[in-house]
Each structure stands twice: as C-alpha cells, then as structure tokens.
Design a protein around this ligand. Structure first.
Ligand SMILES: NC(=O)c1ccc[n+]([C@@H]2O[C@H](COP(=O)([O-])OP(=O)(O)OC[C@H]3O[C@@H](n4cnc5c(N)ncnc54)[C@H](OP(=O)(O)O)[C@@H]3O)[C@@H](O)[C@H]2O)c1
Length: 332
C-alpha cells in the first residue's frame, strides 16, 4: 500500500488507516463480534493499513483491549493511535484534561494496548476547565518519558463558535496555535468526507503549511457514503445515527443524489469499484498529508477500503464530486 508521512517526526503509515471505533462503540451494538473484529485488525495489518485508530473511551476501554490483542502478536506491523481526555459516565461524557489524570490514563492505555509506547497520542477534547497548554504540557512529558512518540489533537465539531460568526474550526485553530508553542503537533484528527468538507476551508490548509498530518475521521459519512444504508430502515436505539439529523429517513432520502454521484464516478473506473472507494479516494486526493481512517468491524470492508489507495480520481471525477449538492440535515 502507498505510504504517507505525517508530522514533523515524519511518521510513516499506510495511506488508508483503520478506525477501530465501530468494533466497540457508536454503531449497531448487536452486530459486534470480538473475533470478527480481531480478524479485521489483522487484515488491515496484512494489507499495510498500519494506522489503527482507537481511544480509551471507545467501549469504554474494550476497544483498546481488543487492539491490544492484535498488538501483542504484531506490534511492529502497526502504528497505534489512541486518545485521551474524555470520560464516559452512565448518561454523559465529560472532558478531563488535568495533567495528573492524563499521565495515569496513558499508563492505563499502555497496559490495555499491551505495548511500551503509543505512536500517536491524541487529545480527544480540550477540557474547558483546564488551559489546553497544561494538558498538552503533560502529554509532552509523556513523549520525553518515552511512553508516546508523537502528539495529536482532535478537532471539536466544525460548527463550534459558528454562532459568533467564526469560520468552521476557528476554535480548534486557536487551540492548535496555543499548543504548538508548548510542543509540536504531529497530527490533527477531524471529520472530513464528501458530505462534510468543512475542514478543507481552514483546518487542512493550516496543517499543510505546517507539515502537520491530518487524520480524516468519518470519511464514509458514518456509513452513508457507501450507499449500503437504506433510508427508513432505522437504527438500533443506542446507535449514534438514531439521533443524527442526517440519518432520519427524510434526510437520508434527500441526500441520495450524493451517493448517486459517487456511484457514477465508481462506474467510470470499473464494475468492481464501489462508492465507498470513491469516497476514500476523494479524501486521499485532498493532500499528501491526509490519511483517512474509515471505521469498520468487518474484514470484507477493510479489504475494500484499503484498495481505495489504488483508485486515482481524474480531474473530471473531482469536478463531479465538487458539484454534488451539499448534504442536508445538520446539528444546528
Ligand atoms: N476524534 C474523534 O472525535 C472521532 C470521532 C468519530 C470517529 N473517529 C475515528 O474515525 C474513524 C472513522 O469514523 P466512523 O467509524 O465513525 O465513520 P465512517 O468511517 O465514516 O463509517 C463507519 C461505518 O461505515 C461502515 N463501513 C465501513 N466501510 C464500509 C464499506 N466499505 N462498505 C459498507 N459499509 C462500510 C461501517 O460498518 P461496520 O460497522 O458494519 O463495519 C461503519 O458503520 C472511527 O473509527 C474513529 O477511529 C474519531
């Protein structure tokens, strides 16, 4: 698989990573199977999708435990990317960016992941009660202690601050400027996909000009852009899409022209090419510093998604995707 380098430390990873979140969190809980998930992780490592993206809060904790089972056998094949800073309660999720907590959480992640070092340690969300520089300072100490190789920051929603007239991701860029003064940012993780392109406006260029890598979360639009979700079929009660404004039957129907466009582009490249692969190839085309991390718990989707690195979109393809209607349905 094509390799891409991210950040000042020039970390080399497969151009398409693997988002491990759906194995333990967010989607269709009744379909989670530990052994199938483990096969998916091994398949990713077999094909060179080395970046495994997880977080202590996925599960919580069980996603790191699962990834740790694979790492125990194949640590050298993998690039481990995990996150800190969110705590899951019964009915709520809270940020904790206190330095002492961050250091304890890192030790716990290392134990669960069955490794001595985390390749990329990301701040999942900034804690509004702790200056972000303090949290980042504690994370930098983890690098100096040899427990972590590089640091990343997950962007808050593109819309944060919009009511005050700010551009998408302005809040995040403010945080990034501040933490850069403390210790280099190697990667930023934020949503980027055909139906959520806001990061292209300011965040992606910010990363590109500073040599910072960009991990594209939700590159398949939480599954929508694969064209395999039927409007009105419904979601399990605890599936995030059951409450997501773009996943009501009405909005899913309204957004079908986006899937139809991806399908048209796919057909031009051959009968075997899928809308999911076009969606990922579009993300890959946004810059050499961009690494999509499509999430899945299924081996077959890992195989399909990793093959997107062989698909080269033409100028005509990119124009067609750019001309698709904007997605309908929003959190605002
Ligand atoms: N930093 C953050 O705050 C943040 C937030 C969200 C996500 N993330 C990261 O980004 C990763 C990706 O995001 P995501 O998983 O939410 O969304 P996504 O990658 O856009 O979509 C995941 C969904 O698509 C399905 N899928 C994947 N490949 C497919 C294919 N080829 N054909 C048909 N269906 C396919 C998966 O199904 P199955 O579940 O059945 O496999 C899953 O339901 C996560 O795993 C996580 O690591 C980070």
């Amino acid at each position: 698989m094509e390799r891409r380098t991210i950040g000042a430390a020039a970390l080399a990873v497969g151009a398409v990573g693997l988002g491990c979140m759906p194995m333990s969190w967010a989607y269709s809980a009744s379909l989670r199977r530990g052994d199938e998930s483990l096969r998916a992780v091994h398949r990713a490592l077999d094909v060179g999708s080395s970046l495994l993206d997880t977080a202590d809060m996925y599960g919580p904790f069980t996603n790191e435990l699962l990834v740790g089972r694979a790492l125990k056998e194949r640590r050298s094949d993998a690039f481990v990317s995990t996150k800190v800073g969110l705590l899951v309660g019964d009915q709520h999720i809270v940020a904790n960016g206190r330095p002492g907590y961050v250091k304890r959480a890192c030790d716990a992640s290392l134990r669960r992941l069955q490794t001595d070092v985390i390749d990329l340690y990301q701040l999942h969300r900034a804690d509004p009660e702790v200056p972000v520089e303090e949290t980042w300072g504690a994370m930098a100490e983890l690098v100096r202690a040899g427990k972590v190789r590089a640091l990343g920051l997950c962007a808050v929603g593109a819309r944060a601050g919009r009511r005050s007239g700010a551009r998408p991701h302005d809040v995040t860029i403010g945080q990034l400027e501040r933490v850069q003064q403390v210790f280099p940012v190697s990667a930023v993780q934020a949503e980027l996909s055909v139906w959520s392109p806001e990061a292209l406006e300011t965040l992606l260029p910010w990363c590109a000009t500073r040599g910072v890598g960009f991990l594209a979360a939700m590159p398949l639009g939480n599954g929508f852009l694969t064209g395999r979700l039927r409007p009105g079929a419904g979601f399990e009660a605890d599936d995030v899409r059951a409450r997501h404004p773009r996943f009501t039957a009405e909005m899913m129907a309204a957004n079908q022209p986006i899937v139809a466009g991806l399908r048209r582009v796919a057909r031009r490249h051959g009968a075997h090419v899928t809308p999911a692969q076009v969606a990922l190839a579009w993300v890959l085309a946004q810059g050499p510093h961009v690494v999509p991390v499509p999430g899945t718990k299924q081996e077959r989707w890992v195989t399909e998604n990793s093959a997107a690195t062989r698909l080269r979109l033409t100028a005509e393809d990119l124009r067609e995707v750019a001309g698709l209607p904007p997605a309908q349905g929003s959190w605002d």
